[in-house]
Structures are given as C-alpha cells and as structure tokens.
Write a protein that binds this ligand. Structure first.
Ligand code: GSH
Length: 202
C-alpha cells in the first residue's frame, strides 16, 4: 500500500493521524499541489476529482475519501478501535463525524477558499460568502463548546475518528484566523488535550 499525500491538507492529515493512532506506517507519496500535480492526467487517473488523500492498494486499485480510507485501515487493524465497538457507539461516532464534516468543517473551508489569498486566481472567490461562513464557523464553535461541557471527547468518553476530524479542522481554522474564542473553555480544553497526543503532528 501507499498513501498519496498533501502535507498541509486537512483531509490527508486526518488519515495520517488515524494511521499513527493505529501504529501503522505506510509509504507516503507527496503530491505537490502548487506544481499542479493533483490535476495532471497521471493523478486524475488515480482520482478523477484531483483530491488528496488517496490510498493505493497492492492490487493497484485506489481508495479516496479520507473516511473511506480510515474505515479500510480500521478493518485491517481493528485496534485501537476508532469507529465504535457496537451498533450504538458506532452510530454515535458516525453522527458526530458527519456533523463535524458537514456543519463545522464545511464553513471553515469556505472561509479558507473564499477569503484566503492562497486561493485567489485558483477558484472563483465570493468574499461575501466567506464572511457569512466565518460567522457560521464561530456559531459552530460555540455549539461545540457547549457540547464539550458534558463529555471529554466529541462522541463520548474516549478519543475516536470524530475527534481526529475536528482537530484537523481546527488546525485549518487557526491558519485562516478562526481561533477558539477565549471564553470557550471546554473546546479549548479539548483542543489542548488532543493536540498533546503523540500522534497530533503526524
Ligand atoms: N472529501 C474528501 C476531500 C478531499 C479534499 O478536498 N482534499 C483537499 C486537501 S484537504 C485537496 O486535495 N485539495 C486539492 C484541490 O482542491 O485542488 C476527503 O475526505 O478526502
């Protein structure tokens, strides 16, 4: 197996942290987005969407979408469990992972795409949409702060894939100027806890 990777990307980081939590090491193939490698025909043959990460299996087939890759790794390496041990816990973790992706990561990525100079000239930027998304991002952080007053981790009392999704999202958030507000002590406590894990810089 090998992992096509984009070092600074949110989603590739999700997979790298997941692998590190599993104690699994896979050869990494860096893809240089700035050189347009992810939109070159050779890479589009691997993932027609031109997105990272992509896992290449030994039979030459490919899996893209970070959650799909993580699920595949979990099937091969069940421990430590990160997707849930029974029907109820798995559903709760899935619920939170999707909530984070769809309602927290999405607006933060819109801020990045529509307000950051990095994307200027690369995509059509609608700054008004970026501003609306920024407001929404802060509303979602406030919501999460409330949620984390009742439990230690995103989906319960242990670290799971849903925590990985949020921690990678908040790294990007920080880079685009969306920092955890000072009065969000529960979210701040959670973020320093997950950031202190040995896998956090994978
Ligand atoms: N839903 C996909 C998203 C993949 C994605 O958007 N990857 C970004 C990096 S975080 C990328 O490759 N961007 C390159 C581009 O948009 O040109 C996943 O979970 O893997």
């Amino acid at each position: 197996m090998k992992l096509y990777d984009l070092a600074a990307g949110l989603n590739p980081r999700r997979v790298r942290i997941f692998l590190a939590e599993k104690g699994v090491s896979i050869p990494i193939v860096p893809v240089d987005m700035l050189k347009g490698e992810n939109t070159a025909p050779a890479f589009l043959a691997i993932n027609p969407l031109g997105k990272l990460p992509v896992l290449e299996l030994d039979d030459g087939s490919h899996i893209s979408e970070s959650t799909a890759i993580c699920r595949y790794i979990e099937s091969l390496h069940p421990e430590p469990n990160l997707f849930g041990r029974d029907a109820r816990e798995s559903a709760g973790i899935e619920m939170w992972d999707r909530r984070i992706e769809l309602t927290v990561m999405a607006p933060i990525l819109h801020v990045f795409r529509h307000l950051s100079p990095f994307w200027a000239g690369r995509v059509i930027q609608v700054s008004e949409w970026g501003e609306v998304s920024k407001k929404e991002s802060f509303e979602r952080l406030k919501w999460l702060d409330g949620e984390l007053s009742a439990r230690q981790f995103i989906a319960g009392d242990r670290y799971t894939v849903a925590d990985i999704t949020l921690q990678c999202t908040l790294i990007v958030a920080k880079n685009v100027g969306i920092r955890i507000p000072e009065d969000h002590s529960n979210l701040a406590r959670w973020f320093s806890q997950v950031s202190a894990r040995p896998t956090a810089r994978a």
